[in-house]
Design a protein around this ligand. Structure first.
Ligand code: GUN
Length: 296
């Protein structure tokens, strides 16, 4: 058996078409376009490339987007001050503010994320938004987690009553995704196991999974012997392989060639979850603009 490919690019294109129409309608009524400000600290090539993808996608759907580049040597207090000043801008006000992660090691990432006003936190990383999600009344859902759930729903992969196993307990992906899949309603109602670096006998858990999500950043972690036949396998990992045989190639956490012989569905890297993360960011930005507009 060869797995069906979960084509994130195609699903993202459909979302963009819908967003484009909604943004045009919003702009006609409000006389401005929703605006996203992205703060990029330092010069990590991967981060610069993700930020470029976000800017390109914003332009495609008619969002107004700006990238603010900040040197890697900036200190926490100064970065917090930049975010506060973006939030204070009266003209060209930002509906959505995003700080690209990871930040340099000397910066207190939580202090920086806490400085993003929760009603403009299109990443959904502010504790207020994390709390709302945990209570089942989401406002901004972290984009990758939302993208994975969207992929399952759009593909008709039912989640209700299924065993979903997530590997990786990050605040940005694993934890919010566990909440989404265990929540009530469409794309939820799953029985969720959250595995992490201290989990013992990982294969025992992964072999139970009807839906297996790998989000740890370890190339080739999931091999065919760890996957139940017919399972949906979603690969959130993005790893750049360097060295003599790698040539800078992008791979996920799943050994695609072996796992696609066992799985029922599999998401590729690139072209799987990545485009959906970007699409969810666009959607959150429109949502932020609508919320701000309705609040005066
Ligand atoms: N770096 C990798 N993924 C993300 C994301 O979803 N949001 C931000 N801000 N940074 C990231």
């Amino acid at each position: 058996m060869t797995a069906q490919i979960l084509d994130g690019k195609m699903i993202a294109r459909r979302i963009e078409e819908t967003l484009c129409a909604e943004i045009t309608a919003f702009a006609e009524i409000v006389k401005r376009r929703p605006r996203l400000v992205v703060v990029l600290v330092g010069e990590l090539a991967a981060s610069a490339s993700y930020v470029k993808s976000k800017g390109d996608a914003a332009a495609r759907v008619g969002l107004d987007a700006e990238v603010i580049n900040v040197p890697a040597t900036i200190q926490t207090a100064a970065l917090v001050a930049i975010i506060e000043s973006i939030a204070r801008e009266e003209n060209a006000a930002a509906d959505g503010i995003l700080v690209q992660l990871p930040l340099p090691n000397h910066i207190d990432t939580l202090a920086v994320l806490d400085a993003v006003p929760p009603d403009r936190d299109v990443d959904g990383f502010h504790p207020e938004n994390a709390g709302l999600l945990s209570q089942g009344r989401p406002r901004f859902v972290p984009c990758t987690a939302a993208g994975v759930q969207h992929m399952l729903v759009e593909t008709g992969i039912g989640t209700a009553g299924k065993q979903a196993v997530i590997i990786g307990r990050s605040d940005t992906v694993g934890k919010p995704l566990a909440l989404l899949l265990a929540g009530h309603g469409v794309g939820g109602d799953a029985t969720v196991t959250l595995c992490h670096s201290r989990s013992t006998n990982l294969s025992f858990h992964t072999l139970q999974a009807d839906i297996l999500i790998a989000a740890v950043g370890r190339p080739g972690l999931i091999t065919a012997g760890m996957v139940k036949r017919g399972a949906a396998v979603i690969d959130v990992g993005i790893n750049r392989i360097t060295g003599p045989n790698g040539n800078g190639k992008l791979v996920g956490d799943v050994d695609f060639d072996s796992v696609c012989q066992i799985a029922g569905w599999i998401s590729p890297v690139p072209g799987g979850v990545g485009p959906l993360t970007v699409a969810m960011l666009l959607s959150n930005t429109l949502r932020a603009a609508k919320l701000r507009n309705s609040n005066g």
